[in-house]
Design a protein around this ligand. Sequence first.
Ligand SMILES: *Cc1c(COP(=O)(O)O)cnc(C)c1O
Length: 340
Amino acid sequence: MIDLRSDTVTRPSAGMLAAMTSAPLGDDVYGEDPTINRLEETAAGLLGHEAGLFTVTGSLANILGVRALVPPGAEILCEASAHIARAELGAHAAVSGVTTRTWSAPAGQIDLEQIRALIAPSLGSYFVATAAVSVENTHNFGGGAIQHAYDALADELDARGVPLHLDGARLWNASVASGRSMASYASRAAAASVCLSKGLGAPVGSVLVGSTELIREARVWRKRLGAGWRQAGVLAAAGLYALEHNVERLAEDHANARLIAEVLADAAPGSVKPDQVETNIVVADLAATGKSVPEVVEAARASGVLVGGVGPTQLRVVTHLDASTDDCRTAAQTLARLLH
Ligand SMILES: *Cc1c(COP(=O)(O)O)cnc(C)c1O
C-alpha cells in the first residue's frame, strides 16, 4: 500500500527509535525530564519565543494556545476551513467556551478586507469581543498553501492590539518552501503551535510556544485537562531527532506533491493547478470529472493507493518521508487512470 492519506502516517525510523531508547528521562510533572526540557527550549528558540510546552497532539497545543488568548464567551476569528474550526471536534467551544466567526477565502488565505470587517467594533454591550485571530500556515484543507498576507495581517493586528494565534502544524513546510525562518513567522504570533508528528516523522507530539507567562498558564491547563505526562522524554527525543534530520528534506515532499499535481492536472484538466501546489498537500477538485470522492478513494484503495477526501468533491493527497518519489509517481498514475 502507498499511503498518502496524511503526513501523520509516517513511522519512526531506526535512527529515531535509537534516539528514543537512549534519551535521558525524568518526571515532567516535576519539570524534571531533561529531554522534554531540551525539546521545549529548542523549539522556543527556533520559533523566536520565550518558552515552549510539549503536548500530545496539535489539537491540544491549539486548545491551550487559544484558551490562553481568548476568555470564555469571547471569540476568535479564523478561516472557514481552518483546522481549529473544522477538525478539532468543536473543542474550543466545548472545552474553553470560545466562540468562532470565520472568513472564507480560496486556499484558506488571509483576506484582510474580510478580517477588518469581522473584528468586532465596540458597538454596544451585547456584541461579543474579538479576542484573537487565528491563522493556519500552511493551510491544510487549503491544499498546503502558504499564507501570503501573513505579515500584513500581523502588522494590522499589532496596530489594533489584537493577538495573533498561529496554527503552525505545518509551518516547517512553509519555512522550507519559502526560505523564511520559522522564527520570522512564529515570532509575529502571541501563541504558535507546531507539529512534530506530521512531515517531521515523529510518532507523537506538538509544541506550543509563547511568553513565559502564557506557557506557565498553558502548563496548568494541560495538567487540568489530564494531559500532564511523566517520562515522555522518550517521545520528545523523537521530536529532537526530527528537528535535526527531517526538516530540510521536506523539499523532497514538496517536489513529489508537485509531480502528483502535474499528473492529475494532465488526467483531469482543471482539477488542480500544479503551480499553486506550494508544499506537500494536493487538493484536487473532482467536480468536472463526474467521479465521486468515495468512489475514487475506494477504487484507489483496491489498486494499492490510500488517499482521502476533504470535501464533497475534493480529494486530498499528502506526501511525506515514508513515500518515495517512485511511490508518488505510481500513486499519481493510479489516480490518473481512475479520473480519466
Ligand atoms: C494535524 C493538524 C493539527 C493537529 O492535529 P492532531 O491530530 O491533533 O495532532 C492542527 N492543525 C492543523 C492545520 C493540522 O493539520
